[in-house]
Ligand binder design. Structure first.
Ligand SMILES: *Cc1c(COP(=O)(O)O)cnc(C)c1O
Length: 377
């Protein structure tokens, strides 16, 4: 099945009982048992709910995995995946991961004895050098946030496999429409479905797909034990979001290409980060492993003052955290999404005070460019 068809017909479609073409919202916590332990596959909605199950089957199909899981947020999904590890285990992670991921590893999971090291995973040698006797997993984000660095998924997953490590990929920025890490050797793929998969700035959710029955069993055990599940209404919203995911990603891609071309020529922009640019250091890898470059672009305007000036003049770009929605969003990572990263570390990573990140929406590109032109002048 081709991607666009899979987004409409993947997972579980419709309702066998009524003929409804959409999966209904099963707003229910418990299920009648005919005899003790005899039921129709559902006992209690933390363990399983039909609407959530339909979404979990859908993300499984989209990512080419063995099983899918839905959580109450991207961070709940990431935390549940990390619960697969034990005290004394070590995880190697991409250095500019999402701020919340950095925070949960260094302020919460470290207290439970799960160790992490953050390296620039765009170099295979850095990954090799970071492997310790207790390393259990390689956790990648590609493209990264906000510097759009690219890691070669196939090469790093092959290295991880050789060393007996699991490969986990945060696929939020690319979505399964453009990139399916499991088909490139990853074991676990996860998403903040709050972003592109939901796509309409109306739901907070997380999704995971795993590539084996062993991982499926272990993660279901964690999901049911720790309970960070997604509710039926939000599961339904994500199923609805997925139906237009392909169309939205295509529209975003077209707009982004035009906006990047405009920013690239603009004298007020000192540096631009976008994997679709030929001068991006890992442009070829991005092209190899992903069908599109996505709608996230970062650019530097030189200072905090200049950044504030730009933000103050924009009409269509909404100043907000988050990304991946139909409306264009803009943010200043140093003071927003990445504020939980200490200033010294932000500096090390290159997240300057003048760095602006945009999430390109599906408005008319001409309006968006006009907006940026006015703001930058
Ligand atoms: C937003 C985000 C998360 C966290 O997801 P929430 O849904 O906000 O909990 C994780 N990874 C990436 C790349 C994100 O952009």
């Amino acid at each position: 099945m081709k991607k666009l068809t899979q987004m409409i017909h993947g997972g579980i479609t419709g309702d066998a009982q009524t003929g409804a073409v959409n999966v209904p919202v099963y707003q229910v916590s418990t299920y009648k048992q005919d005899k003790v332990g005899e039921h129709k596959g559902f006992e209690y909605s933390r363990t399983g709910n039909p609407t959530r199950h339909a979404l979990e089957e859908l993300i499984k199909d989209l990512e080419g995995g063995h099983a899918g899981f839905a959580f109450g947020s991207g961070m709940a999904a990431i935390s549940a995946v990390m619960m697969l590890f034990s005290s004394g285990d070590h995880v190697i992670m991409t250095d500019d991961v999402y701020g919340g991921t950095y925070r949960v590893m260094t302020k919460v999971l470290n207290r439970l004895g799960i160790e992490s090291d953050f390296v620039d995973t765009s170099s295979l040698q850095n990954i090799k050098d970071a492997i310790k006797p207790n390393t259990k997993a390689l956790y990648l984000e590609t493209p990264t946030n906000p510097l759009l660095k690219i890691t070669d998924i196939e090469a790093s997953a092959a290295l991880a496999k050789e060393k007996g490590l699991l490969t986990i990929v945060d696929n939020t920025f690319s979505t399964p429409y453009w990139q399916t890490p499991i088909t490139q050797g990853a074991d676990i793929v996860l998403h903040s479905a709050t972003k592109y998969i939901g796509g309409h700035s109306d739901v907070v959710a997380g999704l995971v797909a795993v590539n084996s029955s062993e991982l499926a069993e272990e993660l279901h055990f964690v999901q049911n034990s720790t309970g960070g599940i997604l509710g039926p209404q939000d599961s339904w919203l994500l199923i609805r979001g997925v139906k237009t995911l392909g169309l939205r990603m295509e529209a975003t891609e077209r707009n982004t290409e035009k906006i990047v071309a405009f920013l690239n020529e603009h004298p007020a922009v000192s540096k631009i980060y976008y994997p679709g640019l030929e001068e991006h250091p890992n442009h070829e890898i991005a092209r190899k492993q992903s069908g599109g470059f996505g709608g996230m672009v970062s650019f530097d305007v030189g200072s905090q003052e200049k950044a504030d000036e730009v933000l103050g003049k924009l009409k269509y770009f909404t100043l907000a955290e988050s990304l991946g929605a139909v409306e264009s969003l803009i943010s200043v990572p140093a003071r927003m999404t990445h504020a939980s990263i200490p200033p010294e570390r932000r500096k090390e990573l290159g997240i300057t005070d003048g760095l602006i990140r945009i999430s390109v929406g599906i408005e008319d590109a001409e309006d968006l460019i006009e907006d940026l032109r006015t703001a930058l002048s």
